[in-house]
Design a binder for this molecule. Structure first.
Ligand SMILES: CC(C)(COP(=O)(O)OP(=O)(O)OC[C@H]1O[C@@H](n2cnc3c(N)ncnc32)[C@H](O)[C@@H]1OP(=O)(O)O)[C@@H](O)C(=O)NCCC(=O)NCCS
Length: 333
């Protein structure tokens, strides 16, 4: 048997830069009320959402990703040619093949970076980050771009009271690179496919094509079931991620949960007994739920506003359709 040389990577990985893109059109709750029987007060009190962004024809999944990535690359202080991997997490890119990651890798000017898409719903950023860390430590790339991007407005049934107000569009990106000290903790992740019915596309594309259903597919959910799962189960996963990283709630500077609903965020803060000193991301108020994009977008905003700073210790946790989840502790770029 021939002896195979082991691959050689960096000792550790860290997030080096972050960037975000929010579509130019800001959509207030009033617009949502044109198609569902609700009220601004109800939407705000049940979800925390005041506005969200909806993409126009030019703000495609690729275009938004390229904008966010350009900022992340500049923030990291590297050049696009140094990027060896591009991972795009999305559920709302409407072209099945090729992966949109390849177009993004090309347009950014990477040197033929390995590029692929993943589908892990609202946990997509954490899944991508974990893969990126593995690639860097294993040695198959020095720098990896992780993008979370969604055009959920394309997959929203504006007549569905349970979801019409929830979703938004946008892209968030981070550059992950080599580090001499641990800066991305162990990931606590998993899936609960037995609950796959709680958040899902209404019907397969083929049912729409065949005319079996007249309405374009959209994302539907059992709001209360998802809410309960997020509140009870995800706080446990977040605690496991803290334990895995060997830190306590008191050591945290920042908490960046998936921006699904502000009441879920409030409940997790309480269950985790986070001290007042911990900055909590509440980007959901003005960005809505952007699934895979929500964590990097929230991270970018906290750093841009000065609410968080480089070097802060942050707990990130994503959860959603699958059901899937991923939580880890990171050092902010
Ligand atoms: C969607 C969500 C905000 C709904 O809130 P809820 O408190 O569970 O609402 P319910 O479906 O139990 O309905 C409660 C009442 O509000 C009403 N209601 C439902 N949707 C409404 C709307 N859009 N506007 C006004 N009233 C509404 C219901 O008819 C019901 O009225 P009733 O008490 O008279 O019967 C909430 O379930 C939620 O946030 N779930 C998690 C969603 C999420 O984060 N998903 C993504 C995870 S990745």
């Amino acid at each position: 048997m021939a002896k195979i040389k082991p691959s050689k990577g960096a000792p550790y990985a860290r997030i080096l830069g972050v960037g975000g893109y929010r579509p130019t059109r800001v959509v207030p709750n009033e617009v949502i009320l044109e198609t569902i029987d609700s009220s601004d007060e109800w939407i705000r009190s049940r979800s925390g959402i005041e506005t969200r962004h909806w993409a126009n024809d030019e703000e495609t999944v690729a275009a938004m990703s390229i904008e966010a990535s350009g900022k992340a690359i500049a923030d990291a202080g590297i050049s696009a040619e140094q990027i060896g991997g591009v991972i795009v997490s999305t559920v709302s890119h409407f072209k099945q093949t090729p992966a949109v990651a390849t177009e993004i890798a090309d347009k950014l000017g990477t040197a033929k970076a390995a590029a692929f898409d993943i589908s892990a719903g609202c946990a997509g950023f954490g899944y991508g980050l974990t893969l990126a860390k593995g690639m860097i430590v294993e040695g198959s790339a020095e720098y990896v771009l992780v993008i979370g991007v969604e055009r959920l407005s394309d997959l929203t049934d504006l007549e569905d009271r349970a979801t019409a107000f929830l979703f938004g569009d946008g892209a968030g990106a981070v550059v992950v690179g080599p580090a001499q000290e641990p800066a991305i903790g162990p990931t606590v992740w998993g899936s609960e496919g037995d609950k796959s019915e709680t958040i899902k596309q209404t019907v397969p594309w083929t049912d729409y094509r065949s005319g079996e259903v007249a309405k374009f597919p959209a994302i539907a959910q059992e709001g209360q079931a998802v809410f309960r799962w997020a509140v009870f189960e995800m706080a446990k996963v977040a605690k496991e991620a803290l334990d895995a990283a060997g830190i306590s709630a008191e050591d945290l500077d920042v908490f960046i949960p998936h921006q699904a609903n502000e009441r879920i965020i409030d409940s997790m803060v309480k269950t985790l007994k986070l001290p007042e000193s911990v900055t909590v991301a509440r980007d959901v108020r003005t960005t809505g739920n952007t699934s895979a994009a929500s964590i990097p977008l929230a991270m970018e905003r906290l750093l841009a506003t000065g609410e968080a700073k480089s070097g802060d210790t942050a707990l990130v946790i994503g959860f959603g359709a699958g059901l899937v989840y991923a939580a880890t502790v990171v050092t902010l770029p």
